[in-house]
Design a protein around this ligand. Structure first.
Ligand SMILES: [Cu+2]
Length: 151
């Protein structure tokens, strides 16, 4: 037999778990927040590059290693949608773009993906927010968003 108190604890923990799952689904569907995906790993993700798929559609293959991000500077025009594929060549690094609410981990042997739309011009800093050694505080890169005519 389940004790009265035990049942209450089960109901409360069950509700909290349901609330947690509901919040994620709500954020993903109603608020259209991009929940980072984990993709099957492939060695080609370790080669940093920016791929232009269309005039405002880009893919960035971002590679973190002690103590830098590559590419260190990414230039895209205003209105671009950018898919970021992120991996690490050594230890675990962080990948945070504060203005765009991007927060991912760069993990060796794994790849994370998120999509960001840049509607306004500016310089968007990417910083490592996972302590990764002596050069950690200098580890950053940036996305520069310009009007196409300025080039
Ligand atoms: Cu770091």
């Amino acid at each position: 037999m389940i004790d009265k108190f035990e049942r209450r604890v089960l109901i409360i923990t069950g509700s909290v778990a349901m609330l947690f799952i509901f919040s994620i689904l709500y954020a993903k569907n109603s608020r259209r927040i991009d929940v980072p995906e984990c993709l099957p790993y492939n060695k080609s993700y370790e080669e940093p590059k920016v791929v232009k798929l269309d005039s405002n559609l880009y893919q960035v293959y971002a590679v973190a290693q002690m103590w830098q991000f590559q590419p260190a500077e990414i230039q895209v025009p205003v209105g671009s949608t950018v898919d970021f594929f992120l991996t690490s060549k050594d230890v675990v690094h962080g990948f945070e773009m504060y203005e765009k609410n991007v927060n991912m981990m760069a993990v060796y042997g794994g790849v994370n993906k998120t999509t960001v739309k840049f509607d306004r011009p500016g310089v968007y800093k990417i910083t490592c927010h996972e302590y990764c050694g002596i050069g950690h505080q200098n580890m950053q890169s940036e996305v520069i968003v310009n009007y196409p005519s300025s080039k």
